[in-house]
Structure formats: structure tokens, C-alpha cells
Design a protein around this ligand. Structure first.
Ligand SMILES: [Zn+2]
Length: 420
């Protein structure tokens, strides 16, 4: 299998823009910008390795990318993975991770790890959560025990894990919500970010290379998104995340929210769209200026017999695959596609064999890694808009929606002009 590592540097010239944090142990270089969309080619350097952007980050919520050995995750081309503060705080608990020498050693992953703060999980998984200005108190979804997360202790936890990229605690609202409630949660998230920044300055020990990202919110209100993006742009963070999207809203609404967000985020810092990772959404997100993505979709789908192909998502357990003695995806270089047939994978799922879950997980992660390689090459070649249109024209999303249009820089700049 080929890896995404070692692809040629896209430009020899100095970067278009750069930013750094923790005494240059973290650095982002913006290497190229697409002329017709907002797509960006960049590179993040961390003390644990380099990440070529745009990047898709596999999710290992419980300190494991489900069903796969870390070597197998690495072999799909992954350069960074995610873990989750909420889950790891509840189980195994911060003391176990501290005694283990940190999360990397505990789970045998020596590359960069981004830890989500758990704000989303507190509000979506736990019962009886109560938000005050101090933080959020909630009952564990595992055993009902009471916990409190504050902007400060979420930083403390992530530092103890040894996270490379830490996320702030933010106030996540279930939608639909009243505009006033969205505005209130957005402003609280900003105040919590200020406290997280202060906590990091106070708690970070010499030699630690952990950096903090802020999270932009604003529900489905474009002006709140814009306002919060501007506010986040003025804060001392290493990167900016866009949160609260892909939560069930129609695709055109997500695209509109992105277009109301990324133009106001700093050009020289990485931008991370949280929880997004369907193949079509990756192209659309990159076209709107996003550099980093994560989602449980590829591995969760895989465990439910869903596999990505260039024509769309298939369900390998369906009877139609029983006699297909050819690879699931002829274009793919993963082990599922180069060593096995669709008929065999179909058989594994029908027989409830664990190897089926593993091979499908490996394939889906490799499929997204290859999408990101194609995206990076297209930005380097100046062919992004055409390649995106070709991919979206062929790939049929679930539900059979017509492909959404790509954004255009020229159309949008005149529109922004009206609003200023
Ligand atoms: Zn494959």
C-alpha cells in the first residue's frame, strides 16, 4: 500500500502565510490557495510529526480506532488521529493515563493526537447537564456519577493526556434553538475560551508542545457565525474550529454557514471542521476553506457493512454482492481491495466474522485518505474545481440528492461586499 507520507512538497517558494505556537514546536504553513474556490494546501508541523493539509483525521474516541491496530491505522495514510476527553475522563480516567505515561504511550500511537474537549458529548450523551458560567455539571452516561467540566479542568485533563492539539470546552446547544439561546451559548463559549487560554498559560509545563484550538459556534445564524468567527480570529489560539455543523441540517445550510465563517477566520492558522467526513462533504468543506476534518462515519459505517466506492456508498451485506468475484473498489490499494473480493467481504458480513469489520474499516479510512491525497494534488495542480466537480458528479450520496454547487470566489466576494 502506498502512504500519503513523502509526497513532494507542493511549492519550493516560501509559504504564503504562517503561524506558530509553543516556541515554534507547532507551526502551520499555508502553501497554496486555489484561484477559483477557497481551497487551501498547507502543512502542520508538530513535535510528533508533520500533517499535510487538507487532512482527514480518523477517530479513536476510546483511545482506539475501532477494530484496527495502530499500525493498520497508520498504513491507511493517517498522520493524526482523534481521541475524546469526555470519554477518557470517565474511562479509564486521567490517573490511569498519567501513570501510563500519557495517551500516546497507553494506546501505542506515536503520531500527533487531537483531543476533543467533550463539550459535544456532554450535551449529547450525558443526562441532566446543567450549564452555569462556571462550567457544566452532568451525569456520566456509563454509571450516572456526577461530573463537572470547566474550561480550566478540560485543559488540565488534555495536558495530562499529552494531547498535541487540545480543544476548548464550548457550550453546545441542541438544535433547533432560539436565536437568543444560540447567541448566549456563543458568547459563553468565547468567555470559556479566554479562561482556557489563561489556564493553558498557567498550567503548561516547560517542554510541553500542546496547543489549543478555539471553537466557533453560532447555530444556523449566518450573522452570529460571522461575528463569532471575527471574535475567535482575535484570540491567542493555534487554530480555529468550526463546530455545531453536520448535526442534521440540510447540506445547503451547512455550506452557507461555512461561507459565513471561514472568510473571517485568520488565513495563517489552520481551520478544522468538526464531525464532518462523508466523501462529498470533504470536497465541499475544502472548497470553502477548511484544512482539517474528523468523523466517526468511515469506521462506524464499516461496522454496519457500509463501504465507500467512487460511485457512492454500498452495503456489502446486500445479496447483490454475493457473486461479485472482484474487488469492492478496483481503484483502491487497501488490503480489502487488493487481497479479497466483494463476494468474500459479503460472506464475512453474512457470517458475522470480525475480519469483515476490520477490512471494511481499513478500506473506508484508506478511501478517505486517498480522497484527501487527490484533493491536495488538485490544489497543487490548480485543477481543484474541475476535480471536485468530477468527483461529485460521479459519487452518489445516500438519499440520491443532486450534487450541491461548488462555491465561487468571484460570486461570493461581490456578495460579501453588499453585507459589509
Ligand atoms: Zn479498499
Amino acid at each position: 500500500m502506498t502512504h500519503s507520507h513523502g509526497i513532494a512538497a507542493p511549492v519550493d517558494a516560501p509559504p504564503l502565510a504562517s503561524s506558530q505556537a509553543v516556541h515554534r514546536q507547532f507551526r502551520f504553513d499555508l502553501l497554496r490557495e486555489d484561484a477559483s474556490t477557497w481551497a487551501r494546501r498547507g502543512r502542520i508541523a508538530t513535535s510528533r510529526g508533520t500533517i499535510e493539509t487538507p487532512v482527514f483525521m480518523p477517530v479513536g474516541t476510546q483511545a482506539t480506532v475501532k477494530t484496527l491496530h495502530p499500525d493498520e491505522v497508520r498504513a491507511t495514510g493517517a498522520e493524526i488521529i482523534l481521541a475524546n476527553t469526555y470519554h477518557l475522563m470517565l474511562r479509564p480516567g486521567v490517573n490511569i493515563l498519567r501513570d501510563a505515561g500519557g495517551l500516546h504511550r497507553f494506546m501505542h500511537w506515536d503520531g500527533p493526537i487531537l483531543t476533543d474537549s467533550g463539550g459535544f458529548q456532554v450535551f449529547s450523551l450525558s443526562d441532566q447537564n446543567t450549564v452555569t458560567e462556571h462550567g457544566v455539571t452532568f451525569a456520566s452516561h456509563i454509571d450516572g456519577s456526577r461530573w463537572t467540566m470547566t474550561p480550566e479542568n478540560v485543559v488540565e485533563l488534555q495536558l495530562a493526556f499529552g494531547s498535541d492539539i487540545m480543544m476548548q470546552l464550548d457550550h453546545v446547544l441542541g438544535l433547533p434553538a432560539e436565536r437568543a439561546a444560540i447567541q448566549d451559548a456563543t458568547e459563553r463559549s468565547s468567555r470559556w475560551l479566554e479562561r482556557a487560554i489563561a489556564a493553558l498559560a498557567e498550567q503548561q509545563m516547560a517542554g510541553s508542545a500542546s496547543v489549543l484550538f478555539g471553537i466557533q459556534q453560532g447555530g444556523m445564524e449566518p450573522d452570529l457565525r460571522r461575528e463569532h468567527a471575527r471574535r475567535l480570529a482575535g484570540m491567542d489560539v493555534a487554530g480555529c474550529a468550526v463546530g455545531g455543523l453536520s448535526v442534521g441540517e440540510p447540506k445547503p445550510v451547512m455550506h452557507e454557514m461555512l461561507e459565513a465563517s471561514t472568510p473571517y477566520l485568520p488565513r495563517e492558522r489552520p481551520r478544522y471542521l468538526m464531525g464532518v467526513g462523508s466523501p462529498e462533504d470533504l470536497w465541499h468543506g475544502v472548497a470553502r476553506g477548511i484544512d482539517m476534518f474528523d468523523c466517526v462515519l468511515p469506521t462506524r459505517l464499516a461496522r454496519n457493512a457500509g463501504m465507500f466506492t467512487p460511485d457512492g456508498r454500498i452495503t456489502i451485506s446486500n445479496a447483490s454482492w454475493r457473486h461479485e468475484h472482484r474487488p469492492v473498489d478496483e481503484t483502491c490499494d487497501c488490503r480489502a481491495c487488493t487481497q479479497f473480493t466483494a463476494a468474500y467481504l459479503h460472506h464475512l458480513f453474512r457470517a458475522n466474522e470480525i475480519l469483515g469489520l476490520r477490512l471494511a474499516s481499513e478500506h473506508n479510512l484508506r478511501f478517505l485518505a486517498r480522497v484527501m491525497i487527490d484533493i491536495r494534488h488538485a490544489i497543487e495542480d490548480g485543477t481543484f474545481a474541475g476535480k471536485a466537480a468530477a468527483f461529485l458528479d460521479r459519487y452518489r450520496p445516500v438519499g440520491g440528492q443532486a450534487p450541491a454547487p461548488l462555491p465561487s470566489r468571484s460570486a461570493a466576494s461581490s456578495r460579501e461586499g453588499d453585507q459589509e
